[in-house]
Design a protein around this ligand. Sequence first.
Ligand SMILES: Cc1cc2nc3c(=O)[nH]c(=O)nc-3n(C[C@H](O)[C@H](O)[C@H](O)COP(=O)(O)OP(=O)(O)OC[C@H]3O[C@@H](n4cnc5c(N)ncnc54)[C@H](O)[C@@H]3O)c2cc1C
Length: 262
Amino acid sequence: MGLDELKISRAIIERFFHKLTEYLETDVAIVGAGPSGLMAAYKLAKEGFKVAVFERRMSIGGGIWGGGMMFNEIVVQEEGARLLKEIGVKIHQWNGQPYYTADAVEVACLLAAKALEAGAKIFNLIMVEDVMVREERVVGLVLNWTATEMSGLHVDPLALRAKYVVEATGHETAVLNVMQKKLGAKLKTETGLVIGEKSMWAEVAETLTVNYTQEVYPGVFVTGMAANATFGAYRMGPIFGGMLLSGERVAQLIAERLKKEI
Ligand SMILES: Cc1cc2nc3c(=O)[nH]c(=O)nc-3n(C[C@H](O)[C@H](O)[C@H](O)COP(=O)(O)OP(=O)(O)OC[C@H]3O[C@@H](n4cnc5c(N)ncnc54)[C@H](O)[C@@H]3O)c2cc1C
């Protein structure tokens, strides 16, 4: 039987719209498919929650792929190594010291694979351009195609509802920026604003990133470099344990809330 181009087109269109429609109401909507967002997606989906991840780029993984200065190896400490082992990544202790390396490509692929296997859905090429708000609580996201934004077309977005939103857009803090600009949102930081990251101090930054992983505005949790930047912590360079642990932490915090609400 020959291939029918229209059937191929129909299959893609039907399946995609079915998938998107199914996720218009979710427990957790995660913005950004970097290491922290993917780890959060994996952990929450594994607990049985409905999770959608929105990624502006074509590819998932955020800053994982490039390792350090495009040397595609990452470094984690003991606690981060635990999480990499859990998702099946091969890790290698470095010179008998408490530093563990892993192949950056393997980390990106397995993190995404585990999140998907656990039941999370990843929507790439879609960017979050705004939030949906009710009485000083974020209750959803406003989405558009990345291509729409890139081409500067005047096209209205669509919206989805989520019980919780995770700001995992890295240094950019894209979700919080728009909330500050449009809502004048007062965040749970010293100044009420995104403070911005400080210069490099890896050891302190790794701990602070996990400590700063929290609800920063009703309905919105920050994780990864976004948590770091929001609270004005130090940058840490290509050591990724803090990102993974922060993703795990945000999943724990949200799961606790969701379980209370059932
Ligand atoms: C450009 C770049 C610069 C970096 N600079 C540093 C640095 O200065 N210091 C440091 O310690 N580490 C830096 N890193 C290294 C390291 O990648 C990060 O520490 C780590 O990747 C952060 O993980 P994350 O999960 O917080 O976010 P990221 O890996 O940055 O992932 C965030 C994801 O969010 C997506 N995103 C952003 N906005 C939106 C939106 N509106 N809608 C949907 N998706 C969105 C991005 O495309 C990206 O995939 C950098 C990485 C990159 C890619």
